[in-house]
Design a protein around this ligand. Sequence first.
Ligand code: 26Q
Length: 818
Amino acid sequence: LALAPVAAPPASVDGFVREFLRNLNFERGVALSSSAPNDRYMALAYTVRDYLMARWLEDQARQRELQAKGVCYLSAEYLLGRQLDNNLLAARLTEVATEAMVACGIDIDELRQQEVEPGLGNGGLGRLAACFIDSLATMSVPSIGYGIRYEYGIFRQTFVDGQQVEQPDAWLTLGSPWEFPHPEAAQKIFFGGHTEKTTDEQGVETTTWVPGWHVLAVPYNYMVPGYHNGRVNTLRLWRAVASNAFDLRIFNSGDYEEAVRAQTFAENISKVLYPEDSTPQGKELRLQQQYFFVAASIADFLDHQLSADFDLENLPERVIFQLNDTHPVIAVPEFMRVLVDERGMEWDAAWAITQKCFAYTCHTLLPEALEVWPVDLLGRLLPRHLEIIYRINEEFLLEVRERFGDDELRIRNMSIISENPRSVRMAYLATVAGAKVNGVAELHSQLLREKVLPDFDEFYPGKFTNVTNGVTPRRFVRLANPGLAGLITEALGAGWTVDLERLRGLEAFAEDPEFRVKFAEVKRANKRILSDVLRERDGFVLNEDHLLDVMVKRLHEYKRQMLKLLHIVTEYEGIVSGRVEASSVQPRTFIFGAKAAPGYAMAKRIIHLINAVGSVVNDDPRVEGRLKVLFPPNYNVTLAERVIPAADLSEQISLAGKEASGTGNMKFALNGALTIGTDDGANVEIRELVGDDNFFLFGMTEPEVEALWAKGYKPAEFYQADSGLRRAIDLIASGAFSDGDRSVFEPVVSNLLYDDRFMVLADYSSYIAEQAKVDAAYGDQDAWTRASILNVARTGFFSSDRSIRDYIDRIWHTPPIL
Ligand code: 26Q
């Protein structure tokens, strides 16, 4: 009788209240009358879990029973955002929970605010992984997400005198109700030591790795509920814990302090997310993190997801490991090591399987962002893996010679090992090992083949493909923009949330004046909500009549926040010099959101400058309040969900050929913002879809960028040639934004004038001209609204459900399960 499967509590307000109070009393150990908001939030979260639990247990059992082909998504980052609303929505519990809280005299909004979002990622790549696991669950694709449970996620950004100061993100301190730790299922992960070769009687050589130390990888499971389909997938994040065996030796020697130090050392591995999202520094701890989570994930899959009698030869019919950038690529030699050293497979057989079981997604075009690991470091930490990489490379280069002859230059260029200093090129290793290699937008995939990996494209015909990124409409439309979601459902019915191409149906409504009025009202209401959030959060005042111009993304020179700033300074300078009548300026509020990597000095200076320009412009009476610059600190998923639905204008202004895709651009368009953007990343596809009339295009194309570089780019020439540009830069240089101190922003100014790697000055005049068109267009509110509706109607393509369908068709071949 004890074997009855778990059942969900009754999905009624009564049932919900009872389950909630049970959780409050029995799990939190408090009475409602004496509970703190955090107790109530935790009890609410536990209650939502309870409703999902039966499905989760079923789906885990089913995945093991069916032994269908599934995806292991390997990602060092998952930028999840808050979980409560997402899980309520997926489980169709939003209304019941809201009413249940009312019945208990609780403000559910107050509980929502209790949740600290798990910021286990830097930006686009981590958020993409979060959107993908949402789509995988919603589309019933057998899959597990694997990653790292960082104790500290992306830092919390504060401003002190306009400068970024980082605070640790202690997201776990008040408890984390969404995770299920399983210390009993820990995996041992080995590091260091050396290898030994032995030859048996038959002369067969085997290698054994004699590691120097190990840590435990403890899995923490998270529910990933599909939207309204009763599925619950798993996200498994690993935490590093010191193993007793490791400490005992030292304990026995009586050195207590040393034992504790050793424990701290081991547990450092999952302590903190590296806050860099380019120019990786080659830090040993980072490599430890990477190996730690992929070794644990591969072992987990082989030990726990396969039936006991599974024949490893059949692995390619059972699993595909998707490598989210190069961060998990050390999985390739690890997989070979397990197959060959531990499972006794022949090298060639193991390699053939490996080449079918991995696929690699590249997310960059910047050469400095391509990960390389110095051979000495890798050899010290993972000596057996280095040997395996050498052998993979040897055999690969032999094949290259067979195909292209002894073309030494080509061979040097294609080698997985580069010289001076000797290092492993992880992108090359991933390309050689992967069944497929994909870029993340059409233009990016094309440039990847033509500029970054042309020799590999020639060598492996058919290996390269594209999967344009997408975003989940559940979080970024349904949850973030309930007003718009309601309007869409009213117009088109409910199916669009899982079939976003249906938004096409809105095209007809763009011609309906009544619909346009309602649509404009939604935008206005979203500005009002944002205004409340910013007042509460930062003490800002947002004028809801302004054109809301938004640039939110990591701070990077290639993304060109400086170009946005030069536009603002140009507008300001026009007014204060008296050349432009303030009253003739289209009122605009500029919102920035951006974190800089803590070690990226130029990015931090630009943040300082944005804040400095903001405080001068905002307080200058001559501006008559018509220009405002707001820079709320600590832009994250939670704030994105408020900012994006309120935006009129989306700034996507990277130098052509530098932004792999962008995903913020998609979120804005889907929420009805018009884009001002370059021909870069997925902007190209957005513009193709929405049409030239509904997109503000400016700047050089990628070939024009190339041509200008080739001929020799001299930014000072652009400075000399454009008086508006000259006045803007001179104003910054004069100390107008630094109390007359010319030295503060001098590095920014000279960087622009004498280096300007990302050609801000070359695109300035075309940007300013296009911004004038924006102002003019905004003058006709009804026409703007029409264009805005067409942006929503025509961007259904950017659902992450479509991205996942493309991955299934082009790469994974993992049909959904019934
Ligand atoms: C690597 C090694 C060591 C330390 C850090 C890193 C590291 C961490 C994160 C390197 C890169 C990242 C993140 C990159 C990223 O977010 N790229 C973005 O990916 C998006 C999703 O595909 C694209 O839309 C963006 O264009 C791309 O910039």
